[in-house]
Design a protein around this ligand. Sequence first.
Ligand code: ACO
Length: 322
Amino acid sequence: ALAFTITASAAATPTKVLSNQQLTDWLDTSDDWISQRTGIRQRHVATTESTTSLAVAVAQKLLMRARLAPSDVDLIIVATMSPDYLTPATATQVQAEIGADNAVAFDLNSACAGFVYGLKLVHKMLQAGQTALLIGSETLSRLVDWHDRRTAVLFGDGAGGVAIRQSQSGAGRWLGEYFATDGQLGRYLQAGQAPTNPWQASKTEPGWAFQMDGHRVYDFATKRVPDSIDQALAAAALPASAIDYYLLHQANARIIKRVERKLGLTADQCPINIDRYGNTAAASEPILLAELMAQGRLKRGDQLVFSGFGGGLAVGSVVIEF
Ligand code: ACO
């Protein structure tokens, strides 16, 4: 098997921060309700930034930190459910901005599971000696109805990413994975309905804002995430206790705590940063990884689990040696 090496990580967030307290200016909500039910205290929202500009900022940091020339990059995948354009894809604009002329670039949409689905694609697509940039970038604030308190309090904007190299020898291994998609439950989390043409029978107004059955999504996550982690660990032939860090999608701190209890993990194994970012969908695990790496908490040889879940509904867990 090839070495699968995460050579760098990076994050970028908009400068504007909205606290829970600020939301109470126009929403019938409270800092207590939001922080107790979700763990969120603030979120970043784009003003001058875009999904593309945040992704480009991450890509530039990745090149510097991994000491890559733009021409060294073979593959750029941006995982996003909130692209600025349907075409050109965000990743193609990242390629242009950083001058990665040799790279193949495209976007991937698996909502909040985008980062782990991207990891799987990178693992499958990269040949020995090749390098990829995998970036999750979102401006979910544009898909939020800011007058709907059930969803407005949950989401935030930001981007995070990793540089990955596959090679014959080197640090890092792909140890196991488990992916599952349950399209029957897709209607429980919707956003960004496209417009119709003049001939289509259905003349419903396009609905851009998030519509979510929070209970259904919560039930899906608290059941399917521990299951998928169990399956991925079984594929890796590792017990849950052997994993140094579980980088779980940051949708709700209560979901993470439930997963932690179900798998018998410690709080140290399950880092949480949703308090500062809210749910940033495809960006959440790479932002968390970038923080852990910046704090010097990861060392080569550590065993990591990434687990993402959300719109689709979709779930995926990956076990790697760092
Ligand atoms: N402030 C104050 N009160 C509120 C708010 C708010 N922001 N939102 C809802 N309420 C009220 C409700 O109206 C309800 O009032 P009622 O009892 O008078 O009817 C009460 O609070 C309880 O509401 P619930 O929906 O039962 O609250 P719950 O504890 O289930 O929490 C939440 C809701 C946080 C959305 C939870 O269901 C959840 O986290 N679900 C999972 C969501 C998720 O993970 N989504 C991520 C997928 S991400 C992706 O793919 C983009």
